[in-house]
Design a protein around this ligand. Structure first.
Ligand code: NAP
Length: 297
């Protein structure tokens, strides 16, 4: 089936490359740009067209997707000298799927609106596995009617697609997601530390609690890894910290004290200081152990 929208895709990293591949599989015509040009080759071999800049992508597309690293990078590819804003035609839609600042998102959307271009913020959850399988959770902010037009595009990349509300609310939801996973991770680290210090076999504790009110993805998935001292990354501490920085900054902008969020951010910083930034987020356990002067391994 050929799809009638021309898609532009900017940022072929760990997430972007497989998401772009799924759009091609769904029959969309896709024009790609990546700062490191060699990363475009595999997508061109799969049927995409290559562009020379984000501006050129925008002039070839009705829907322009960006998934780059951080807030300044999104600003650069959309509003920079060779940015999307200089090539996009009125009536086209920019969908930013990176995880970035909600307030910066609203600012970029307002700049695009001045030239008649709509923007949706649509960050994702599900990691590279979800990106490859096309099963990402996608949380979307922006105008509802614009979202509805883009549902076929989202459906090619994700499974749980939720319209949240006005511009920035997709990013806000993603940051709520990161607050939830991090503080729950902290609870798992403390419970295992407590169990081990008490002479309780931690596997038994997980078995007994995971299907009750204390159950969580973190307890069932990260808990056993912690018990086995497997700190290899599914999601790295460095990436988690980027998202927690966005969350703490957004909270500070609202004068909102969130003690548990700030505490877990700080304990992850201690992991980074110990050279553990490239380990999985379950290595938060090492910070908890260090506080208690207990060797983790
Ligand atoms: P990644 O593998 O590091 O890829 C980043 C991409 O952005 C690369 O294509 C990079 O180009 C491009 N880029 C960065 N800065 C740029 C700039 N200033 N100008 C132009 N291009 C730029 O990262 P990723 O894991 O795909 O993550 C992308 C986004 O998805 C992030 O916001 C991340 O938080 C979010 N996310 C990631 C995951 C995950 O599990 N990895 C899960 C959910 C959400 P080059 O190739 O030239 O470096």
């Amino acid at each position: 089936m050929m799809n009638d929208k021309n898609i532009g895709f900017i940022g072929l990293g760990i997430m972007g490359a497989p998401m772009c591949r799924n759009l091609l599989k769904a029959g969309f015509h896709v024009t790609v740009f990546n700062r490191t040009a060699s990363k475009m080759d595999a997508l061109v071999a799969a049927g995409a067209s290559a562009a020379e800049s984000p501006k050129d992508v925008a002039s070839a597309a009705d829907v322009i997707i960006t998934i780059v690293s951080d807030t300044p990078d999104v600003r650069q590819v959309i509003l920079g000298d060779d940015g999307v804003i200089h090539g996009a035609t009125p009536g086209s839609v920019v969908i930013d799927m990176s995880t970035v600042s909600p307030s910066a998102t609203r600012d970029i959307a307002a700049r695009l609106a001045l030239v008649g271009v709509d923007m949706l913020d649509a960050p994702v959850s599900g990691g590279d596995m979800g990106a490859k399988a096309g099963t990402l959770a996608i949380m979307v902010g922006g105008k509802k009617e614009v979202f509805e037009k883009c549902v076929p595009v989202f459906s090619a990349m994700g499974k749980t697609i939720t319209y949240i509300g006005e511009s920035g609310m997709g990013q806000t939801t993603k940051l709520c997601n990161q607050i939830l996973v991090s503080i729950t991770n902290m609870a798992v680290c403390e419970a295992i530390t407590f169990a081990e210090k008490s002479g309780l076999e931690p596997r038994k504790m997980i078995e007994a609690t995971q299907h009750g009110a204390a159950g969580s993805w973190q307890l069932s998935n990260l808990g056993p890894k912690i018990v086995e001292r497997d700190f290899s990354p599914g999601f790295t501490i460095d990436l988690q910290q980027k998202d927690l920085r966005l969350a703490t900054n957004a909270a500070a902008e609202m004068h909102l004290p969130l003690p548990a969020l700030n505490l877990v951010h700080l304990l992850f910083t201690a992991c980074q200081a110990a050279g553990e930034g490239d380990e999985g987020t379950q290595a938060l356990f090492k910070s908890v152990k260090r506080l208690a002067a207990i060797k983790a391994d």
